[in-house]
Design a binder for this molecule. Structure first.
Ligand code: HH2
Length: 389
């Protein structure tokens, strides 16, 4: 049976599971459930609470009671699928973040928050456009900036040659390569862990061949059909981000019925799509895409309910640094002046179990993230070390 014909597996998102001990109760939402009305009725007839919202079943139950209800409504196969999906989601909600496998070794996401330093090699990025890119002196300012961020505690350097700020025009492939390739080569050559921020398969290919270990694709493969097969072939790690439309169009009146549900389902399906293309889950991280086709309210909802994304069982990256929703909330026009708001957002994301923070201000974020992690987990001894990867 081709993949197209395979029935979709239920997707389970845990909303809250404070009560979960062995077999305890969780508040969960199940998408892509066959016959959701029948399952909702079966849950209700067993005395449980169930509600259908946009075809998604919202239920307070235990994994086994929900599986029993699915069995009564849809037979043993559905019961097994639901049991498997719920158990995996509850386990991911409770367990430490899984590490990310990369060709440069394991990125240890479970031990402490990982800081990804932004190395923009663009003339037009929203917060630091042109600061590290001048065709005359290229690539030295960007390489020097990357070195400095690594010294300050960045464990990954994210090199990008195309601005994704709202309304930005795409950079031609040759131009993007001219910007990023020498920077990737130099930083990876010095032993730094490098990711390349690109939506173009050809750029990803050249940069991975030059030593990048992670492809950070804000389009999750939607802008270039060659992207997923290329990543699979190269054996690189991959970061799938949610975006509505393209950078040019994404801020034109974005609307969602339920932004958390829709972004979650998109990322879950992206993980499945990647797996089908030959990129194993162990090499995939996910990102809800703060500011990419979202209003201030959407960004706040995604951040407030960030922990729900741990049900995906993959490391979650957050890129909130200096973004305009921080400017809107705090009344700060200049992106350069949004440090305090950015640090609060970073600390909140860590408390909600974000594994990786993509930031411009590395030294300050290292301190905020260490403190937030220590407060959330009680662990502090190993924060900021590079682990054993
Ligand atoms: N944000 C930007 C760019 N790339 N990648 C991921 N995974 N997540 C993000 O939130 C993200 C990203 C935008 O920030 P910046 O690189 O500073 O600006 P610009 O795109 O204008 O270069």
């Amino acid at each position: 049976m081709g993949r197209q014909d395979a029935p979709p597996r239920p997707l389970v998102r845990i909303e809250d599971a404070h009560l979960v001990a062995e077999g305890g109760t969780a508040r969960m939402v199940v998408s892509r459930l066959p016959e959701p009305e029948a399952v909702a009725d079966a849950v209700a007839s067993a005395g449980g609470g169930a509600r259908l919202v946009d075809g998604r079943l919202r239920v307070v139950s235990t994994p086994s009671r929900l599986a029993d209800a699915a069995g009564r409504a849809g037979g043993a196969d559905l019961a097994r699928q639901v049991q498997g999906a719920v158990t995996a989601a509850v386990e991911s909600w409770q367990a430490p973040t899984p590490d990310l496998e990369t060709p440069a070794g394991r990125l240890p996401c479970s031990a402490h928050p990982v800081i990804m330093g932004v190395v923009n090699v663009t003339p037009d990025s929203f917060s630091d456009g042109g600061a590290f890119y001048d065709p005359e002196t290229h690539p030295e300012p960007a390489v020097e900036h990357g070195r400095r961020l690594a010294e300050q505690g960045a464990e990954i350097l994210d090199v990008g040659g195309e601005s994704t700020r709202p309304g930005a025009d795409p950079a031609p492939e040759e131009e993007e390569l001219r910007r990023v390739l020498p920077v990737v080569e130099a930083l990876a050559g010095e032993g730094h862990r490098v990711s390349v921020d690109t939506s173009k398969a050809a750029v990803a290919r050249r940069c991975v061949q030059a030593g990048a270990c992670l492809v950070n694709d804000v389009s999750a493969g939607s802008l270039d059909p060659d992207m997923l097969p290329t990543v699979a072939e190269l054996g690189a790690a991959y970061l799938a981000m949610h975006m509505r439309g393209t950078p040019r169009t994404m801020q034109r009146d974005p609307r969602y019925d339920d932004v958390v549900a829709e972004v979650f389902d998109f990322l879950a399906e992206a993980v499945e799509r990647l797996e089908a293309a030959g990129v194993p889950r162990s090499r995939v991280a996910v990102d809800p895409g703060i500011g990419f086709g979202k209003t201030v309210e959407h960004n706040l909802a995604l951040l407030r309910r960030l922990r729900e994304f741990t049900s995906l069982g993959r490391p979650v990256l957050i890129g909130a640094s200096r973004k305009s929703f921080i400017g809107a909330v705090c009344g700060v026009e200049d992106p350069d002046q949004r440090l305090v708001g950015s640090l609060v957002a970073a600390a909140h994301a860590v408390a909600c179990r974000a594994a990786v923070l993509r930031v411009h201000d590395v030294a300050e974020t290292v301190q905020a993230a260490r403190m937030a992690h220590a407060l959330a987990t009680g662990e502090w001894g190993r924060a900021g070390t590079t682990g054993d990867g």
